[in-house]
Write a protein that binds this ligand. Structure first.
Ligand code: AHR
Length: 495
């Protein structure tokens, strides 16, 4: 069957919130420590302790929002341990992630500095599981109160005169699991109570995010919406792409057969069904779609690299991860009416990361390059697309071979992103630009692809998988004829 796409260039369906390109950095393994924070005295070039190479790479992809400090770590984190002179900060055990010592050198001030350097919005996740209402309330006061108060004065003593702007605040993380093993009814009550004391000081208006469901726990969404929808601005959802069994063996990041490629694509595509079904429940209580779906953890989760600490979740990243990222973005765009933010897990050295580091060395992953290629969609208007695609088949199972999304930016440029998930076959796509004469357009593009399913970048060969110019689009019969190689992600620019 032919692959056909019609882009209705004059039907705009609303803005693709740039926060869909958000990130997540937890105190886990080598994400914060080594990956981002090396300390002022490090021989690795840094800005007040934050490594410059990682900073520059993240600035390039225009990180819009960064979630911190967890994850599971958030519900064990006590923010007061992470402020004041570093030599006095409490050393604690990171019980959830590897049992290593956490010296608290990266705390609130360091995180806010990182966000300032990235010019992104901070998204802080508070502690419901093991913290008090007072502790959460005082954290918000410490960060955002302008006048004189015990917490604001303490902030000043610690070197920060002006309050920070803090928009996004999460009231706990995975409270059905590591965040307290709660029932939704109990968490809904706690959410109502804790969020009451997350105050708006001065002009700072907090966007409150309730801890949401795991995967297809639709009852969690139902109970939260029913009992607290009027008190929340966002509701989270977590879903990871795991090819194998979460506990018995997730599968290797690099060393995998073709059926694991296929199942990875299938599981990544499952995100569409999850968003649709959770949205339907949200619609019941919030038909105006005021409340954002905040998918603040997503991405691939494989077995850790052999020989690395199992609690550090360090995995390599191949062209397969690039396809998973592209598939997710096409899905998120097409649900832009409800999905207001997503945060890939995680930024550096953990799970599906953008960046891997080894001492002073740093490499960019195929996933990073997809974020770079897709950043043109940030805050652009989603365009209506009609499509029909042929199938990608393996062992009698089928998936659509191609996915697509398109947007128009403020300058009127159209960007179309296409993923061909087939690991063996190229795809020919007929693309019609309804409302435009294709013959009068200029088309260029970028592609990321590879020769092998497990192609990846290493510290020795950092550029094995990287974007190149795409030359596979030509005007034919007033349409664009596009040739997508196997295993490829393409972003076209149409002007
Ligand atoms: O991202 C790793 C972990 O996955 C997070 O800490 C937790 O929220 C989730 O289970």
């Amino acid at each position: 069957m032919a692959n056909q796409v019609i882009i209705n260039t004059d039907i705009q369906k609303g803005k693709i919130n740039k926060n869909i390109y958000g990130h997540f950095a937890e105190h886990l393994g080598r994400c914060i420590y080594e990956g981002i924070w090396v300390g002022e005295d490090s021989s690795i070039p840094n800005t007040k302790g934050i490594r410059n190479d990682v900073l520059a790479a993240l600035q390039n992809i225009k990180v819009p929002v960064l979630r911190w400090p967890g994850g599971c770590f958030a519900d064990e984190y006590h923010w007061k341990d992470g402020i004041g002179p570093k030599e006095n900060r409490k050393r604690m055990v990171n019980t959830h992630w590897g049992g290593v010592v956490e010296n608290n050198h990266f705390g609130t001030h360091e995180f806010m500095l990182l966000c300032e350097l990235l010019e992104c919005e901070p998204y802080i996740c508070g502690n419901v599981g093991s913290g008090t209402v007072q502790e959460m309330s005082e954290w918000v006061e410490y960060m955002t109160f302008e006048g004189e108060s015990p917490m604001a004065n303490w902030r000043r003593e610690n070197g920060r005169e002006e309050p920070w702007k803090l928009k996004y605040f999460g009231v706990g993380n995975e409270n059905w699991g590591c965040g307290g093993n709660m029932r939704p009814e109990y968490y809904a009550d706690l959410y109502r109570r804790y969020q009451t004391y997350v105050r708006n000081y001065g002009n700072n208006k907090v966007y409150k995010i309730a801890g949401g469901a795991n995967v297809d726990d639709y009852n969690w969404t139902e109970v939260l919406m029913k009992n607290a929808h009027w008190l929340m601005d966002g509701l989270s959802l977590h879903y990871y792409t795991v090819p194998g069994d979460f506990w018995l063996g997730k599968g290797s990041a690099v060393d995998f057969p073709e059926d694991e490629w296929f199942i990875t694509m299938k599981k990544a595509l499952h995100m569409d069904e999850l968003i649709t079904k959770h949205s339907t429940i949200m619609d019941k209580y919030d038909p105006q779609k005021r409340i954002g779906m905040i998918i603040d953890e997503w991405g691939t989760w494989f077995d850790v690299e052999p020989g690395t600490n199992p609690g550090f979740l360090y995995q390599q990243n191949t062209i397969r991860d690039a396809l998973v990222a592209g598939l997710h973005f096409n899905i998120f765009h097409n649900h832009a009416d409800r999905v207001q933010m997503t945060n890939i897990a995680q930024t550096v050295n953990v799970l599906q990361s953008m960046i891997l580091t080894e001492g002073e060395k740093m490499i960019l992953t195929p996933t990073y390059h997809v974020f770079d290629m897709y950043k043109v969609h940030q805050d652009a208007e989603l365009l209506a697309v009609d499509s029909s695609f042929g199938t990608y088949e393996l062992n009698g199972e089928t998936l659509p071979q191609v996915t697509v999304s398109a947007s128009k930016n403020a300058e009127g440029k159209i960007h179309v992103s296409l993923c061909n998930i087939d690991h063996q076959n190229g795809a020919e796509v007929d693309l019609e630009l309804r409302g435009l004469n294709a013959a009068n357009t200029k088309v260029s593009g970028t592609i990321i692809t590879a020769e092998t399913m497990n192609a990846h970048n290493t510290f020795e060969q950092p550029d094995t998988v990287k974007p190149t110019e795409f030359t596979g689009a030509a005007v034919a019969n007033n349409k664009l004829a596009i040739k997508l190689p196997a295993m490829s992600v393409v972003t076209l620019v149409i002007e």
